[in-house]
Ligand binder design. Structure first.
Ligand code: PXG
Length: 435
């Protein structure tokens, strides 16, 4: 029986169209969903870039069930429960050296707000309270809260919401199809694009800038891979000017790029890192910010009975989320999933790039187990071609994502080669039919 679809105001959905032909998922296991018609659907996007170990993994299911039966909730302010510390330790153990403090949130958006607030408060705590400015990047996605859309660079997510945060500026995005179209892995050209940060610093003066935030691989805007040397250059410029570098690893974290974090993969360590999604594999909402010890320690002054950082959420380190997080990390470790993308990336990349030459395919980008296929928009009707291809693939039993006229692929890290073939063959057919 179909539910009444009227009351639910759906997030980021063309809802009138959706409600005419709803796509309802009712069951999941491993690489697959099933819909309300009993159709099996291969999950080519890990739910929404989050189900990195695959769906309904037994350890995770058991851990959530056991935790729900044992203790539903524990207040996180002036109280705690053991699993919060255990998960923080495990997470710090995966992080780049020195990033060993963990602040828990409930989503990527909250992680971003937390990291931005930490950056501004850090400078104030060390006597540089004038460093309040935040620098994002064009086409960046940092969730949907006010800080995140302010530093974010996707106009559709910003234009409806007024003046946003004051004191924010943006550097150029790295998309450069003229030089880099159809790059396999990291594009050769574009380390120089990082120098745009020097332009913004010259305009505002470094003494006013708290932090720069970027996604190491920009996901939501359509999978933009950082050109070789680009992230290193950003790091150098931030260091030169005393500006914190924040990596938003909500999508790139937890094995997507072939190591636990993109920071490790690309050999560039930020000062703060926002995480979510793969932390619990989506089974329970949870996010986190990883901070360098040196940043954390700046806050640890003043009388010991005083709260050092006036920030946190009712559900920070929720017991169900911690249980799910611990079991998810254990599943990643048991199955070597955090490095599996490195083993599959050549096969995945080759499969995706076999779509080159199909009608309207103007770029293909890949890294680890994430890929983007960019299409020429239909004249006067942007996004329609990609939407049609997305719907066609879904109809043929493969779930992907589209953003603008770009198809995004980011499967669970348990994917097998035959399933990569199925995704790419299905996409090939849909692109041909859309021509
Ligand atoms: N930062 C980054 C880099 C993200 O990709 C968020 C923050 C926000 O996370 P929450 O948990 O608040 O949604 C994200 C989320 C897509 C898509 O396919 C991507 C995201 C969310 C929804 C859709 O474009 N990423």
């Amino acid at each position: 029986m179909k539910p009444d679809l009227d009351a639910f105001w759906m997030p980021f959905t063309a809802s009138r169209q959706f409600k005419k032909a709803p796509r309802l998922l009712t069951k999941a296991s491993g690489m697959y969903y099933w819909d309300d018609q009993g159709r099996q659907i291969l999950d080519g996007v890990a739910g929404l870039w989050c189900v990195n170990a695959g769906h309904n993994r037994p350890k995770v299911v058991k851990a959530i069930q056991a935790q729900a039966a044992e203790m539903d909730y524990a207040p996180p302010f002036q109280m705690a429960h053991p699993k919060a510390f255990e998960l923080a330790e495990k997470l710090a153990g995966l992080a780049p050296a020195g990033m060993n403090k963990v602040f828990f949130t409930n989503s990527g958006s909250e992680s971003v707000e937390t990291a931005l607030k930490m950056a501004i408060a850090y400078h104030r705590a060390r006597g540089e309270g004038q460093r309040t400015r935040l620098i994002g990047r064009e086409r960046g996605y940092h969730g949907v809260n006010f800080g995140g859309i302010s530093v974010g660079g996707i106009s559709g997510n910003r234009k409806m919401f007024g003046t946003l945060l004051a004191g924010v500026d943006h550097i150029r995005h790295t998309h450069d199809p003229a030089r880099n179209a159809f790059s396999v892995g990291q594009p050769e050209h574009g380390a120089d694009i990082a120098d745009d940060l020097e332009r913004v610093i010259a305009l505002h003066d470094a003494s006013t800038i708290a932090a720069v935030i970027v996604e190491p691989i920009a996901g939501s805007t359509g999978v933009l891979i950082p050109p070789k040397g680009y992230l290193n250059r950003l790091r150098e410029i931030c260091d030169k000017h005393g500006i914190l570098l924040i990596f938003d690893e909500v999508i790139t974290g937890f094995g997507r790029t072939g190591t636990p974090f993109a920071a490790t993969t690309f050999g560039v360590t930020p000062d703060l890192m926002s995480l979510a999604k793969g932390l619990t594999g989506g089974a329970v909402p949870m996010g986190a910010v990883l901070a360098k010890q040196s940043i954390h320690d700046v806050f640890m002054t003043g009388p010991e009975h005083m709260i050092e950082f006036a920030h946190g959420y009712t559900y920070s380190a929720h017991p169900l989320a911690c249980a799910a997080g611990l079991a998810t990390l254990e599943t990643y470790a048991d199955e070597g999933l955090l490095t599996r993308a490195a083993q599959l990336q050549a096969y995945f990349g080759e499969a995706l790039h076999s779509l080159k030459g199909l009608p309207n395919v103007i770029d293909i980008r890949n890294f680890g187990l994430v890929g983007g296929v960019e299409l020429t928009p239909q004249t006067g009707e942007p996004t329609k071609r990609a939407l049609g291809i997305f719907l066609d693939c879904y109809d043929k039993g493969v779930m992907l994502r589209y953003t603008g006229d770009i198809i995004a692929i980011s499967p669970p890290l348990i994917i097998e080669r035959a399933q990569i073939d199925q995704i790419v063959d299905t996409l090939r057919g849909a692109i041909q039919r859309a021509a």
